[in-house]
Design a protein around this ligand. Structure first.
Ligand code: FEO
Ligand code: CA
Ligand code: CA
Ligand code: CA
Length: 684
């Protein structure tokens, strides 16, 4: 790994440096985030050991291959012998995708399948309001950033304008800005003699302003979507300046009260908004993921020691605690309990106050995609993205009413949160996390449902949820009622921890799990599960990958992350391999189309590729399927030392790519891209 001069960003301040948990030497921000999954998180005392499920994977592979007419040997042979594959495979089913796939590779720009075009829609720093200054990276201020598109775009949601007209030429995009890559944002920061001194309060506030979300109006002219810079719907949501309320069981609880907010019901800002979801009533859900990175201080002997240690708080990667005491856990002991939730925003009312819903639990929420039960209650799925963490499902108490939006806005305030337990035989169960039941009582330190929601991980430990290989996006398919779960990777799983949904030790490549309900009804607490693909290179026996045998050398991928189902019910997968992309696949991240039904199940093909150092986020289809919005996050950042033409750490002053502007003085900019088909028609 290259040496990253930005390795230590803790500022000079009134605080002792050891209170700030600066990044270790030679570690980039992205590596630190990834390594955080290594934090020795303590399982709850008294929690039963997870069951050893044995080598279920082998059994399941055998069963699937039998169904396909392949033994494991036949699968391996078929990859090098297409004639064998054709002979052995009943090739009657035609693919529902009709694009020509692109090749694995890495270079300074993006690539899309032939007959499609990919246009830049909006970039970090683009003005969103009439009085917003133009992007000027050498003269950034927090005030300017609050009026411009934020950094590191991740989730993208589409909602038509007006809501009732899905094929309107106007729409709102709801976009998360997960975090900032400061060394690529600010001239001189990475190469400063004393990076501690260089990380000023202004830089911290610019970062806080660049986190959060953007709501951006887009309009379609002659089939092409463009951002509307001065729309009255445009809005910035930030860590710095957006007031939110807190509702649900933990609202107002003493553990959420602070010096600034003795009521425990009002909080400024949201943090590390990774993926998200749109609700059936057109609101935007933002998941708060790695919120532990922003808090500093000493946790030993802290009133929230058990709770904070289970979440890796404080991590202090962003040394904000030096400038704003709410990010210092000794000065505001409860502030960190006000993050780690799902936030609901009404994009149709730019003056509305976002709400943090504590009924959906507090953990490192990857995303929050929704569906409805057969009787009309709202279901929200969320993975807790850390190694050996759990999968969750919330079901509202009340039903969705398409004619009463005001009532729908209360649906996420009350319901039941479940966590998933997988069994060896391909079945599984959702276990409710309800105070007063089973282990969730005073005996284990819970005095109310608020406590269960605040310490969700601990509660899930106690009910023996199944530890998974980093659950990322969880995507229901409204066409089939099935639910897809990205388990992105887990290098720390050991051989004796292999089980059904996590079939490999030292798993660098991830897998996609499919959940099925009886009668397609997500109200069921029982489900069955199967692996659609076990990712990685299918030609390397040591990887133990499992793909449809017709998958091409460009069709396989590693580290599934964000997922989307298009209007035809087809699954699309975005990848995030992190800094070790060269070891995992050797290709840049991108988007792959993945067959999920019939004889072609498990066949993937590559559709889009990001520039060097980026990860792929979004993706999101317009209701007609004629536009696909994708988010290119942190271009020029990850693993640039392993890209031979560059082979060094990437900084603002010396970036691996200047995508998407390619102007000599302009740094790389996280941006949204809109993909459409040449001459119109369905993408893919
Ligand atoms: Fe922000 Fe789990 O990715
Ligand atoms: Ca993710
Ligand atoms: Ca998704
Ligand atoms: Ca990601």
């Amino acid at each position: 790994m290259p040496t990253d001069p930005k390795s230590d960003l803790a500022p000079k301040s009134g605080l002792e440096p050891n209170q700030l948990h600066p990044l270790p030497a030679n570690t980039t921000l992205e590596q630190a985030i990834e390594e955080d999954d290594d934090h020795p998180v303590k399982r709850a005392a008294g929690a039963p050991n997870p069951p050893t499920l044995g080598q279920v994977w082998q059994k399941r592979i055998s069963r699937r291959d039998a169904l396909r007419g392949f033994g494991k040997t036949g699968l391996a042979l078929s990859l090098s012998t297409s004639a064998f594959a054709l002979a052995a495979c009943d090739a009657a089913q035609a693919s529902s995708f009709d694009f020509i796939e692109i090749a694995h590779g890495v270079d300074e720009t993006h690539h899309v399948a032939p007959d499609h075009k990919a246009d830049i829609l909006i970039r970090w720093g683009d003005p969103l309001f009439e009085d917003a200054p133009e992007f000027d990276p050498k003269n950034q201020t927090a005030a300017a950033q609050l009026k411009q598109f934020g950094y590191n775009n991740d989730y993208v949601g589409f909602t038509p304008l007006p809501f009732e007209r899905p094929n309107s030429d106007r729409a709102l995009l709801c976009v998360n800005h997960e975090y900032t890559t400061d060394r690529l944002m600010h001239p001189g920061l990475a190469t400063a003699k004393d990076p501690r001194a260089a990380y000023t309060k202004e830089i911290a506030e610019i970062s806080m302003a660049a986190h959060g979300g953007s709501i951006v109006e887009i309009t379609r002219t002659s089939g092409a979507w463009k951002a509307v810079p001065n729309s009255p719907y445009n809005r910035r949501i930030s860590t710095l300046a957006t007031q939110m309320t807190i509702d649900g069981p933990a609202s107002g609880h003493p553990r959420l009260q602070t010096n600034v907010d003795p009521s425990g019901t009002i909080v400024i800002g949201t943090l590390n908004n990774c993926a998200g979801g749109m609700t059936p009533w057109g609101t935007y859900l933002m998941a708060e993921e790695n919120f532990h990175m922003y808090f500093s201080g000493n946790v030993d002997g802290h009133t929230e020691e058990r709770n904070y240690k289970r979440l890796g708080i404080p991590r202090g990667i962003y040394p904000w605690g030096a400038f704003d005491k709410r990010f210092h856990i000794e000065q505001e002991p409860n502030e960190a309990n006000r993050f780690g939730w799902i936030v609901e925003v009404d994009p149709y009312d730019p003056t509305s106050t976002p709400v943090k819903h504590t009924a959906l639990g507090r953990f490192k929420h990857e995303g929050c995609e929704t569906s409805l039960t057969e009787d009309g209650r709202v279901v929200v799925y969320s993975g807790d993205d850390q190694r050996f963490e759990y999968l969750y499902k919330f079901i509202s108490t009340k039903k969705f009413n398409p004619d009463d939006r005001a009532a729908n806005m209360q649906l996420l305030s009350d319901g039941t949160l479940y966590t998933a337990r997988f069994a060896e035989d391909g079945t599984g169960e959702w276990i409710p996390l309800v105070y007063g039941t089973g282990e969730l009582t005073e005996k284990n330190g819970f005095s109310s449902q608020a406590d269960v929601m605040i310490e969700c991980r601990y509660a899930a430990d106690l009910v023996n949820a199944t530890p998974l290989d980093r659950p990322e996006d969880v995507q229901p398919n409204p066409h089939t009622g099935k639910v897809y779960v990205s388990l992105t990777n887990n290098k720390n799983r050991t051989q004796d921890q292999q089980d059904g949904p996590n079939p490999r030790a030292a798993n660098l490549w991830g897998q996609i799990v499919e959940l099925t309900y009886a009668n397609k009804d997500a109200a069921n607490t029982a489900f069955t599960w199967d692996l659609i693909v076990t990712c990685g290179d299918p030609t390397d026996d040591a990887v133990q990958a499992d793909w449809h045998p017709d998958t091409s050398p460009n069709g396989w991928f590693a580290c599934p992350d964000n997922l989307a189902v298009d209007p035809k019910g087809r699954l699309w997968v975005a990848t995030d391999q992190g800094h070790a992309w060269a070891k995992k696949s050797g290709t840049a991240d991108g988007i792959w189309a993945l067959e999920t039904e019939g004889e072609l199940r498990g066949l993937a093909r590559m559709f889009f590729r990001v520039p060097i150092g980026a990860e792929m986020c979004g993706p999101c289809f317009s209701p007609s399927g004629e536009a696909l919005f994708v988010a290119v996050q942190h271009p020029g950042s990850d693993g640039t030392g392993d890209w031979k033409p560059f082979a060094r750490a990437s900084t603002y002053d010396d970036p691996a790519t200047r995508w998407p502007d390619f102007e000599p003085k302009t740094p790389p900019r996280p941006s949204l891209v809109v993909i459409s088909r040449d001459g119109g028609g369905q993408v893919g």
